[in-house]
Design a protein around this ligand. Structure first.
Ligand code: MN3
Length: 199
């Protein structure tokens, strides 16, 4: 049984940038639904129930056809959102330091250069999807709930949900305002920890 992880902070903790209304809807309804639908799909395939979600996502091609789409969409949604809550923090924002900062500057010229590139790619996602920073410092995007590990890539260091459900209540159709605000809550400590774990 997969379960919904608690938010690591209160619903209103990011309030200035992302409202409690959005956090409640996004976590309690959207994420919960991914978890529930994943469990329903796996109920029909008991042999997959004990396998870690990451492993299922990395081997989508080998899964029975009847469950593959559910693992991709609902499992991907669960995996992405479980990380997304941790990628934000009421103590977030500012700039990364240490090895992460060095690597970003090496690749993008400056922290701002990285932010600009990541923002451009986020705004370029047509419809629903995500933008990612990979351990090799590539910035990539995926559609729907697809996640880099499905594509044989490393687990992302950082990801941004650009589905409308992530911002519509606060920002209506202005995805650019949402992305601009989001930089103020990015949990760089968590991102840096993921880079370290990848070394
Ligand atoms: Mn979402």
């Amino acid at each position: 049984m997969h379960t919904l992880p608690d938010l690591p902070y209160s619903y209103d903790a990011l309030g200035k940038y992302i409202s409690a209304d959005i956090m409640k809807l996004h976590h309690d309804k959207h994420h919960q639904t991914y978890v529930d639908k994943l469990n329903v799909a796996l109920d029909a395939t008991p042999e997959l129930k004990e396998r870690p979600l990451e492993e299922l996502l990395k081997s989508l091609d080998t899964l029975p056809e009847g469950v593959r789409a559910a693992v991709r969409n609902q499992g991907g949604g669960h995996y992405n959102h479980a990380l997304f809550w941790q990628w934000m923090s009421p103590n977030g924002g500012g700039e990364p330091t240490g090895e992460l900062a060095e690597k970003l500057v090496e690749r993008y010229g400056s922290y701002q250069g990285f932010v600009d590139e990541f923002t451009t790619k986020s705004l370029g996602v047509f419809g629903s999807g995500w933008a990612w920073l990979q351990p090799n410092m590539d910035i990539i995007t995926t559609s729907n709930q697809d996640t880099p590990i499905m594509q044989g890539l490393d687990a992302p260091l950082l990801g941004l949900d650009v589905w409308e459900h992530a911002y519509y209540l606060d920002y209506k159709n202005k995805r650019d305002d949402y992305v601009k605000a989001w930089w103020n809550v990015v949990n760089w400590e968590f991102v840096a920890g993921r880079l370290k774990a990848n070394d």
